[in-house]
Design a protein around this ligand. Structure first.
Ligand code: UTP
Length: 299
């Protein structure tokens, strides 16, 4: 029987340089898609998958993330006094239970691999989920939930993958596909930013992982890789020599909200999906002469 995944790690210590100046004093993970911060979507996805312990690897200027997952008594009292009970209820629902969050600091943004390593003592000797909050997934079922379902059969390590046009693979980590179905197949290799002609497939690693704790000791010894950063993919390539990795080609649509275009597209897609604003939003778009294109997106 596989060990249950109860803990999720959210690395939120990056500098978000692609979003300056918005991210000079505000964390990228607090950028909002419609009216929810990116980090809230990631926590919701983890909750849906059955995660009960939420670990945030933060850095300077990220204190507001901690505040976001705290009670705000003045606000709550005001909402109550004004009879805005639905908003109050929703705020409370967004909170993880008391004592179920942990925060640690990555004192220097030395890369994703280093951020994950910073969570080692909190995670301990357990498998854990890793969610990059700037990757947002929209679909009927959360991506992590789909991965946990696969993990219950495969065990080991699991990576969410998605298909991209073959000529675009050189911007991503790419996996080789072995036996199995879209819902869980063996990963045969992992290549970071390959030339299209050298890529083992067009399936890219896309921001959700289930990892075994042995990754931590590999990260501890991991020399700096591309961009002078400690790269998670480098450590996963080493771990692959001793443990199985499965891929899950998830059902859903992804938005890379770390990029401006991905973030704007996510806002449009989520706004068009919201009963309370979709109609007014379409009307606003129609004033911009964009309605035909948007109608297609909404279908
Ligand atoms: P990104 O690769 O998007 O890097 O990180 P970034 O620094 O946030 O953004 P840009 O590229 O400069 O615009 C993916 C996730 O990993 C976290 C980020 O906070 C983000 O959630 N991260 C990245 C860390 O926690 N520490 C790091 O050293 C790097």
């Amino acid at each position: 029987m596989v060990k249950r995944v109860k803990t999720a790690v959210f690395p939120v210590a990056g500098l978000g340089t692609r979003f300056l100046p918005a991210t000079k004093a505000m964390p990228k993970e607090m950028l909002t898609v419609v009216d929810r911060p990116l980090i809230q979507y990631a926590v919701d996805e983890a909750k849906e998958a059955g995660i009960t312990h939420f670990v945030f690897v933060t850095g300077r200027n990220k204190g507001v993330i901690e505040d976001h997952f705290d009670r705000q008594f003045e606000l709550e009292t005001t909402l109550e006094t004004r009879g805005k009970l639905k908003a109050l209820e929703e705020l409370r629902q967004d909170l993880p239970s008391a004592g179920r969050t942990s925060f640690t600091r990555q004192q220097e943004p030395l890369g994703l691999g280093h951020a994950v390593w910073c969570a080692r003592d909190i995670v301990g000797d357990e498998p854990f989920a890793l969610l990059l909050p700037d990757m947002l997934f929209k679909g009927r079922r959360g991506v992590l939930k789909q991965m946990i379902e696969a993990y219950e059969t495969t065990g080991g390590n699991v990576i969410a993958v998605e298909e991209v046009p073959h000529q675009e693979v050189s911007s991503y980590g790419v996996v080789g596909r072995g036996a199995g179905t879209d819902g869980g197949f063996a990963i045969t290799e992992m290549v970071e930013k390959p030339k299209p002609q050298d890529a083992p497939s067009n399936l890219i690693i896309s921001g959700r992982y289930i990892l075994q704790p042995e990754i931590f000791s590999l990260l501890a010894d991991q020399p700096r890789g591309a961009g002078g950063e400690i790269q998670l993919t480098d450590a996963m390539q080493t771990l692959m020599k001793s443990q199985p990795f499965a891929g899950v080609k998830y059902d859903g649509q992804s938005f890379d909200c770390g990029s401006k275009v991905g973030f704007l597209a996510a806002n449009v897609a989520y706004a068009l999906d919201r009963d309370d604003i979709a109609e007014d939003f379409l009307a606003a778009l129609s004033k911009l002469g964009l309605i035909d294109g948007m109608k297609v997106a909404a279908e």
